[in-house]
Design a protein around this ligand. Structure first.
Ligand SMILES: C[S@@+](CC[C@H](N)C(=O)[O-])C[C@H]1O[C@@H](n2cnc3c(N)ncnc32)[C@H](O)[C@@H]1O
Length: 630
């Protein structure tokens, strides 16, 4: 079984060859099958496959440790459906063709077996109206707030179905983009009243079934929209209740709009209290979105309606602190660190604002876009602070490190699949963030789905293949040596240099970037993506993970060293590291360390390396200085 840590895969040559061959064979089979008619599947056989797979999955833990790593193929993208659902032409399973994306078509199917939940996918068996059955699989993005999407409903619309073969060559309806699978809710069809939907929503909320509560309130709201009774108390109640659920599931955009839509603005005591609550919910959503001016306005309204509310006063004060941070870049880092230490959860989000006023984005020739300084910045001074867009910490349930085989460059990589999943979920939940996220650099850029989706009044549609490539090129680990990974939207524009002018530190999920030397206004800000002192290893990581060759002064100088010189330097550095790690302290060790330092120094051409640091020397030199102090 292959194992990994964040950037290294421990694969034997045989495992590597077997994996590549499997993936290549599979794509070959798929190509050969393309366009062929579907062989009808037998429901009885499918049912027994579900039972068998379920038994097997019980033996394979859902969230394995680092050693149990899953592998899947990437680099063969297709866009999600963006058409209006009512514009799609219904089809039956019998019309499916192998290895085909059935564009402008929709399948309506019913789930007829339990769901088999595996580490990267979930699958089940579905039937259409005519009784035909097929396997339906959701890959990677298979959960919505911890609930399996296939388990959350019985009737589904599969938009623009993609019919292909699964892991074992079995015919499969495969869903990659979560927006291509729509759960059909039947409340409207059952002619329920909005009041009934509210009651059912409240009951679901009581049982902590937040997604069901959301669906019930939404059904209620659809019913009031249809009946035109949008100004009645029931409408305001449904919006207010859904705002509460939205806050709990982190759908902040809708939490804010729902809370504001629930305002009655009526002068009666009951309504004043409800409106005060609504302002609290809108303010909380705005605060969590980092919209502090809006949050402050909402908390002030909350206080105006309910002057005795001390919490509102405290919230206004806290929001003002955030506004001060984003305007001035002055933080109480000590207090922030202490608050994180006090927290029982290690992966806590820092309660701090972003400070980004000193930087701007512009083209960086040969490197796409980069981040630049707006004004002069002193060495040690703060450049910027940024809260993460999304982090998945190593010990979280949703953490998942996978191995990907990329058809485009025939490479196997370690990939933070858990982060990719979490980013997709966050974007589905908060469409206001889609534009910024999709603007980040990635190798694959699909069609601009956002405009089409808005035109066709579709709920959030996310191209998961584009998100995959964005995460692959922009994710960073806030905790070295662990598989925790996150995405910072603005810091994602910072290009690499082996001689960087900035250094980052993390306080929880707050990235704090400081200048390591004076930076002039207009100068590009850089940081080191990889700190390896070994030229070949560094080049390999930069190419494998970020897809470029570094041409900084240091790399230009190192490139000219012969392979023999680089090997000698590497061997000497290894010897020096072994000495440091042994923890020896005697005079002999110091003599040996000094000799090694001299020999490493000797591998650098004095003229070519003039003014450049000797990275391979740094560790042993530091040790010699420390040893001298003892
Ligand atoms: C985190 S993004 C940095 C922002 C990116 N340049 C952009 O246009 O959005 C990482 C990508 O930037 C490019 N990049 C970063 N540093 C580079 C460098 N020193 N030389 C060439 N390309 C670089 C690579 O394409 C890399 O995958």
């Amino acid at each position: 079984m292959p194992s990994s840590n964040r950037n290294t895969i421990y694969l034997t040559p045989e495992e590597d060859a077997r994996l590549r061959k499997n993936f290549k064979d599979r794509i070959q089979t798929r190509r050969e099958l393309s366009g062929q008619p579907r062989e009808p599947s037998d429901l009885k056989t499918l049912r027994s496959q579900v039972i068998y797979a379920d038994l097997m999955s019980d033996m394979q833990p859902q969230s394995g440790g680092q050693d149990a790593i899953v592998a899947y193929a990437v680099g063969d993208p297709y866009p999600p459906c963006v058409d209006a659902v009512e514009d799609l032409e219904p089809m039956g399973l019998g019309e499916l063709r192998m290895e085909t994306h059935h564009r402008e078509r929709v399948l309506i199917v019913k789930r007829v077996t339990p769901v088999v939940r595996l580490k990267v996918c979930s699958w089940t068996v579905v039937q259409d109206e005519s009784g035909d059955a097929e396997r339906l699989e959701v890959v990677l993005h298979k959960e919505d707030h911890g609930k399996d999407i296939l388990e959350s409903g019985e009737m589904f619309r599969v938009l623009e179905p993609y019919f292909t073969v699964g892991e074992q060559g079995e015919p499969t309806l495969r869903v990659d983009h979560p927006s291509d699978l729509v759960v059909v809710h039947t409340d409207r069809a059952m002619a329920k009243t909005a009041e009934r939907c509210k009651e059912e929503g409240n009951a679901a909320l009581k049982q902590q079934n937040l997604l069901l509560a959301h669906a019930k309130y939404t059904s209620g709201l659809e019913i009031v929209q249809d009946s035109g009774t949008t100004k009645e108390d029931i409408t305001f109640d449904l919006y207010r209740n859904r705002a509460h659920v939205n806050l709990r599931i982190h759908r902040l955009d809708e939490a804010k709009t729902d809370a504001l839509a629930s305002l009655t603005n009526l002068p009666y005591q009951k309504h004043i209290e409800l409106d005060s609550k609504a302002y609290f919910r809108a303010g909380t959503a705005a605060y969590q979105l980092g919209e502090y001016q809006e949050a402050k306005r909402c908390f002030q309204e909350q206080k105006r309606l309910n002057p005795a509310n001390k919490d509102a006063t405290a919230r206004i004060r806290k929001t003002e602190q955030r506004i001060h941070e984003e305007e001035t870049g002055s933080y109480n880092f000590k207090k922030l660190k202490a608050s994180l230490l006090l927290s029982s959860r290690r992966e806590i989000a820092a309660d701090a604002a972003c400070f980004t006023r000193n930087v701007f984005i512009k083209a960086s020739p040969g490197r796409g876009r980069g981040l630049f300084a707006k004004s002069n910045i002193e060495a040690g001074e703060l450049i910027m602070c940024e809260k993460s867009f999304c982090v998945v910490w190593e010990n979280e349930q949703q953490a998942l490190t996978s191995m990907t085989y990329d058809f485009r460059d025939d490479r196997i990589r370690v990939f933070p699949a858990g982060l990719c999943r979490a980013v997709v979920r966050r974007l589905l939940d908060n469409p206001s963030q889609v534009g910024r996220a999709m603007d980040l650099y990635g190798d694959y850029r699909g069609p601009d789905v956002e405009q089409q989706r808005l035109k066709n009044k579709r709920e959030a549609v996310i191209d998961v293949f584009q998100v995959h490539d964005i995460v692959a090129r922009n994710a960073f680990g806030p905790e070295p040596g662990t598989s925790s990974a996150g995405l910072w939207m603005l810091a994602s524009y910072i290009n690499h240099s082996c001689l960087p002018n900035s250094e980052k530190e993390y306080i929880g999920d707050l990235m704090v970037l400081r200048a390591t030397r004076p930076i002039a206004a207009g100068e590009e800000i850089t940081h080191a993506y990889d700190l390896s002192s070994d030229y070949d290893a560094r080049m390999e990581t930069l190419m494998r993970t970020w897809g470029f060759r570094c041409d900084c002064k240091f790399c230009v100088a190192e490139k000219k060293d012969s392979a023999a010189v680089r090997k000698r330097r590497r061997d000497l550095e290894r010897e020096a590291s072994a000495l440091v790690e042994k923890g020896e302290t005697g005079r002999l060790a110091v003599v040996k360390a000094k000799r090694l330092a001299r020999e490493i120094e000797g591998t650098f051409d004095e003229e070519r390396y003039s003014g450049l640091p000797r990275m391979a020397l740094m560790r042993i030199q530091k040790w010699i200085v420390e040893a001298g102090k003892k």
